[in-house]
Design a protein around this ligand. Structure first.
Ligand SMILES: [Zn+2]
Length: 125
């Protein structure tokens, strides 16, 4: 009998090939999908960037809707509308980031971050 906790990593050796960048890395860096830390951060960064684009697009749509449909009069505080638009951008960006990251994790495309080995210099010409 052993007190050592059984881990999914036990099935693999010390080094595991990352499914995304195809680089062999220490098993401690890997998660259960066999993505290394750099690949997780890259996917996270991409999801954050796209999430903000969606968030800003959604908040601009909201601003247009407020401007054209709600037609705020001058008696209302413009700062309140501005805060609503900024909050909408932030919330939509966060939600979109999580959804985009989740989709990328779910799809789990192989070798998506892999860089092909560079050709020798004479082969370029
Ligand atoms: Zn990787």
């Amino acid at each position: 009998m052993t007190d050592r906790k059984v881990s999914w990593r036990d099935r693999f050796g010390e080094e595991i090939t990352c499914l995304r960048c195809l680089e062999v890395k220490d098993s401690a860096e890997m998660d259960r999908l066999l993505w290394c830390k750099e690949c997780r951060l890259a996917a996270r960064g991409r999801a954050t960037k796209r999430g903000w684009m969606i968030g800003i697009a959604a908040s601009l749509t909201l601003a247009l809707w407020i401007w054209l449909v709600v037609e705020p009069n001058r008696a209302l505080v413009p700062g309140g509308w501005l805060a609503t638009i900024v909050a909408a951008a932030w919330i939509v960006a966060r939600v979109a980031r999580e959804v985009l990251f989740g989709v990328e994790r779910f799809q789990n495309r192989r070798a998506a971050e892999a860089v092909p080995p560079s050709l020798p210099p004479e082969a370029d010409a």
